[in-house]
Ligand binder design. Structure first.
Ligand code: GLY
Length: 377
């Protein structure tokens, strides 16, 4: 299962069932270790890869209640714990104000240039702690320990770090690759079904955008994944991370292929599964994907309880087509006034295009908001 076998290194101890996926970025190469128990083994795993470093933990209150003790215990036993900072959960924590407090807190721990920040949590903690690590002492290393499925398969890998500006999300940040990622699949068993579904939307996206065989595997195994089968979860995370690692290795700073990971974003960043289904419907409407592809994608997403059309989104006052098209125009991926679309020629065959006429988009969005059947173009 492992792509490499780090257990053969002196001083490392790795449980069976732990997979290693390398992110091949020359001198910034790092490993993502995936499997049960890596959180408890954190001190040994960090020392075997990064040396005898002191570690400052950054986490949030919810994650701390569930997962801080095994991590602190591991670091304290190895005399590597420099301190812990527990932040409020939620997107509001990704601010310049919290960043300033966090960087002071990390410096007060006495972290040296060679020491390490640990981000223990989901995407908010990973983005904020990673950005703090990129600026303190002009950059220290950090280790991601993602505790949500979404963070394990996406945000913890690839080095995007940021805080939000009052002008928009993630507008102040840096590419700063982690030095190691520890994705403990045991922690996923404590996730509410809703969070598991949100992460699954990202997992299936790797199949949809570039790997038909992985999509077929998910068709067979998705019920076991939602039933918390440890080996299926580990394999799903491993294959997702391997897909992301390959894209990041080709295009670290998103000037080309990494944009494929934005499948669905142009249509609706916050509601990604619905937006992915919509991207396939639009691909079909534009004549890129064969008839029936969008229906197949919608059926897969619906079968695990994910929304596939705008009418599935609960809440008052759905947006109009004009509002949706306007929102799409605010997307970071607008270049020289043209929207960048990630569309597909079929399952596993996503591509990037700017050749979309606005009239076609507006017509399509009007039909979508009019409540067309999922899968119909
Ligand atoms: N989440 C998309 C990326 O890391 O590029």
């Amino acid at each position: 299962m492992s792509d490499t076998d780090p257990s053969s290194r002196p001083g490392s101890r790795q449980r069976p069932g732990v997979a290693s996926v390398p992110v091949e970025l020359a001198e910034r190469r790092y490993e993502v270790l995936i499997g049960p128990g890596v959180l408890q083994d954190a001190a040994q795993l960090i020392e075997s890869r990064l040396g005898p470093v002191r570690c400052g933990i950054v986490t949030d209150r919810n994650v701390a209640a569930r997962h801080l003790v095994p991590l602190e215990t591991s670091l304290q036993a190895a005399r590597r714990h420099a301190g812990t900072i527990v932040l409020e959960p939620g997107e509001a924590t990704k601010s310049m104000a919290r960043l300033a407090e966090l960087t002071d807190g990390l410096l007060e721990m006495g972290l040296e240039r060679s020491d390490v920040v640990i981000a223990l949590g989901g995407g908010v903690i990973g983005d904020l702690a990673g950005f703090a690590a990129s600026v303190i002492r002009r950059g220290v290393r950090y280790v991601q320990i993602p505790t949500s499925l979404l963070a394990q398969v996406d945000s913890s890998v690839g080095g995007k770090t940021a805080v939000n500006s009052r002008l928009g999300k993630n507008l102040i940040g840096a590419f700063h690759q982690p030095a190691l990622v520890l994705a403990d699949t045991d922690v996923l068993s404590t996730l509410p079904a809703r969070e598991l579904r949100a992460g699954y939307a990202e997992v299936v996206k790797y199949g949809l955008l570039g790997d038909r065989e992985f999509y077929n595997w998910l068709e067979v195994h998705r019920a076991s994944l939602f039933g918390n089968d440890a080996s299926i979860l580990t394999e799903a995370v491993r294959r997702s991370v391997a897909a992301k690692a390959a894209i990041v290795a080709r295009d670290e700073t998103e000037t080309g292929d990494r944009m494929l990971l934005n499948l669905g974003h142009t249509f609706g960043h916050a509601l990604e599964a619905w937006a992915v289904a919509q991207a396939f419907r639009f691909s079909e409407a534009m004549g890129f994907a064969p008839v029936g592809t969008a229906a197949e994608v919608s059926r897969h997403l619906s079968s695990v309880g994910l929304p596939t059309c705008v009418s599935d989104i609960p809440g008052p006052g759905r947006p109009t087509a004009a509002e949706l098209v306007h929102l799409m125009g605010q997307d970071k991926k607008v270049r020289a006034g043209r929207l960048t679309f990630i569309l597909a020629r079929g399952i596993g065959e996503a591509f990037i295009t700017r050749e979309v006429e606005m009239d076609r988009l507006v017509d399509f969005m009007e039909r979508e908001v009019g409540g067309q059947e999922a899968g119909a173009a």
